[in-house]
Design a protein around this ligand. Structure first.
Ligand SMILES: O=c1ccn([C@H]2C[C@H](O)[C@@H](CO)O2)c(=O)[nH]1
Ligand SMILES: [Zn+2]
Length: 144
């Protein structure tokens, strides 16, 4: 369902505040580097997530992973805007793996707040591999 979001419908301050609230839930005993992420869905919800680390360091979940999980668990849908902050509330770029995670659930032209202004997901993940490169979806794949 694309409700035709206009740029002016995106409240970047609210997104940043939601990311900052999520950042405060981070579990980061190893890096002491909390991250919070928030995104606006095309039906007007804000979903968010924080990083969750693990004693087996490489198993750490980025904040975006938690966000995608919340997206799916609260009704699914696609993202129109995304913002991510560090422990000081400064804007952070998602790592490469997280750009791929977000790409799966983008609306085309999904916007990200970066340290140098707003960019699209396609700009920060050029030549992306996405669902369109796979065969037709399986009938039981639960794709929207
Ligand atoms: O896109 C990113 C990049 C890093 N981190 C987290 C993982 C780790 O807990 C900490 C330091 O890398 O930051 C995220 O949550 N998202
Ligand atoms: Zn990441």
């Amino acid at each position: 369902m694309n409700l035709g979001f206009k740029d002016s419908d995106i409240d970047w301050e609210a997104l940043r505040e939601a990311a900052t609230r999520a950042m405060k839930r981070a579990y980061v005993p190893y890096s002491d580097f909390p991250v919070g992420a928030a995104a606006l869905t095309e039906d007007g919800r804000i979903v968010s997530g924080c990083n969750v680390e693990n004693a087996s360091y490489g198993l750490t979940l980025c904040a975006e992973c938690s966000l995608v999980s919340q997206l799916q668990m609260t009704g699914g849908g696609r993202l129109v805007a995304f913002s991510c902050v560090d422990g000081a509330g400064n804007i952070l770029m998602p790592c490469g793996r997280c750009r791929q995670l977000l790409y799966e659930f983008r609306t085309p032209g999904m916007q990200l707040m970066t340290g140098s202004g707003i960019k699209t997901i396609e700009e920060v993940l050029p030549d992306a591999f996405g669902p369109e490169h796979l065969g037709p979806p399986r009938p039981d794949a639960n794709l929207e």
